[in-house]
Design a protein around this ligand. Structure first.
Ligand code: GLN
Length: 456
């Protein structure tokens, strides 16, 4: 907590810090251990974690990064939060995000701008930028995020931490504020692969509160990791790895490309077979994603009508109440996406945009699944560049969207992907981290963990 208090004025990862409650819970755990021993507490006793503020936490503010939810305190915990708490982990606060998860820098928060701990003039990535920077600055041990199109993986890359996007349906979305329901999954950040593996085993699994959550078996991901002493030999013997050709071309920083290539040859030294693989539909993913995500958002966000949640405004009639609440409290990016999505779904345009985007989604899925029949893991950069300057892309939404090219396909196909630090490019005082993305088949989170043998 003292480290959090010391670093928070410059990093600004948290919208709400629950330090008093965290201290009370920690003391209570100490008391239970003093009387009953280690068995008297859960497996994650005392592990402090941050929670992206679009996940509901009982009796704690939950804003989704939006002013429209200012003052909202849910009566319940999101399932992922509840499961961690039941293991006696402690919520230390709610982390900053782009409003409702829409953005790639966390500058789109209705509350504050979070900085990158590697260089405070740069963005931490987004939308789960607060969760990534909090782990990177060691303000908490692990944190939860959500990933609709890259929001765990890209900030993990920018902040040099491990980020996991599980398979769609692997983790319950109950209590997660909906942005694009067919794409999003709750993910997590840690400073090591082991930490994220530990968390995943706790939060994964079927939940009767979320009918899209899978009842697929939940392994003990941590105990199945390759033992450290095997790392000297060739633990990846027999693993087939495909580098996605389309991700190492134009528009990708040269330092990023060389970091990924160095990581690939490291994976080869560890015994795997590494080849380039072409996914011709790769570049179609980005436009399809933005049509589909905006369409789902335009529908999902209709619940913020000024009546059900947050502050009420005074108005003479219903239209004034809806219009006034939304006009005043929703940010620019969110309004733009509601408009784009409403347009794409409207009668005359549905076939040209929404339907075509769904067709592209099918193509993308098919080409990933075919490649994953030949390879155990597909690798790519997590982002085309390292962290850029605050303000650099804020007025150029298309440039910001283009930065999501590496991650959105994985959501369209519902696949799991793990991001680990694999190199640095010049920038800041100590260099800027570059993340390697490892994509697996559905429910094969384990395979990516095994390949992430550098154990950051
Ligand atoms: N940057 C992407 C977007 O703005 C992804 C966001 C996310 O994964 N929540 O939609």
């Amino acid at each position: 907590l003292s480290r959090l208090r010391r670093t928070e004025p410059s990093v600004r990862s948290f919208i709400h810090v629950a330090d008093a409650a965290a201290e009370r819970e920690a003391e209570e755990l100490d008391r239970r251990i003093a009387t009953g021993g280690r068995e008297a507490v859960g497996p994650l006793a005392g592990v402090i974690f941050g929670v992206k503020d679009n996940l509901c936490t009982a009796n704690m503010p939950s804003t989704g990064g939006s002013r429209i939810l200012d003052g909202y305190r849910p009566a319940y915990d999101a399932t992922a939060v509840r499961r961690l708490r039941e293991a006696d982990a402690i919520v230390v606060g709610k982390t900053n995000l782009d409003e409702f998860g829409m953005g790639s820098t966390t500058e789109g928060s209705g509350f504050q701008v979070t900085t990158n701990p590697w260089d405070d003039s740069r963005v931490p990535g987004g939308s789960s930028g607060g969760s990534a920077s909090a782990v990177s600055a060691r303000q908490c041990v692990v944190s939860l995020g959500s990933d609709t199109g890259g929001s765990v993986r890209q900030p993990a890359s920018f902040c040099g931490v491990v980020g996991l996007k599980p398979t769609y349906g692997r983790v319950s979305r109950f209590g997660l504020m909906a942005y694009a329901s067919s794409l999003v999954v709750v993910g997590c950040f840690g400073s090591s692969v082991i930490d994220t593996a530990t968390i995943l085993s706790v939060i994964a699994g079927h939940d009767k509160m979320d009918s899209t959550s899978s009842s697929h078996y939940v392994p003990d991901y941590k105990s199945e990791l390759i033992p450290q002493d095997l790392l000297e030999s060739k633990p990846l013997n027999g693993t087939r790895i495909g580098i996605i050709q389309e991700t190492l071309g134009e528009g990708v920083e040269t330092g990023v490309i060389s970091s990924i290539k160095a990581a690939a040859s490291h994976l080869e030294q560890l015994g795997s077979v590494v080849e380039e693989v072409s996914l011709p539909s790769f570049c179609l993913g980005l436009p399809a994603y933005y049509i589909l995500a905006s369409s789902e958002a335009s529908s999902n966000l209709s619940r913020y009508d000024g009546i059900r949640y947050g502050r009420q405004i005074s108005a003479d009639d219903l239209n004034e109440l809806y219009g006034g609440s939304r006009a005043n409290s929703l940010g620019h990016e969110v309004k733009m996406r509601i408009l784009m999505g409403t347009y794409a779904l409207s009668a005359g345009y549905y076939d040209a945009y929404y339907k075509r985007a769904q067709q592209v989604r099918t193509l993308v899925k098919k080409s990933f699944n075919e490649a994953l029949e030949r390879y155990d893991i597909l690798v790519s950069p997590a982002a085309p560049s390292a962290a850029y300057k605050i303000g650099e892309k804020i007025n150029d939404p298309l440039a910001m969207y283009a930065g999501d090219i590496m991650t959105v396909n994985v959501n369209l196909a519902g696949l799991p992907a793990l991001v680990v630090l694999c190199g640095f490019v010049e920038g800041g005082s100590a260099g800027l981290p570059v993340g390697l993305q490892m994509i697996g088949s559905p429910f094969s989170e384990r395979a990516s963990y095994d390949a992430a043998v550098n154990r950051l």
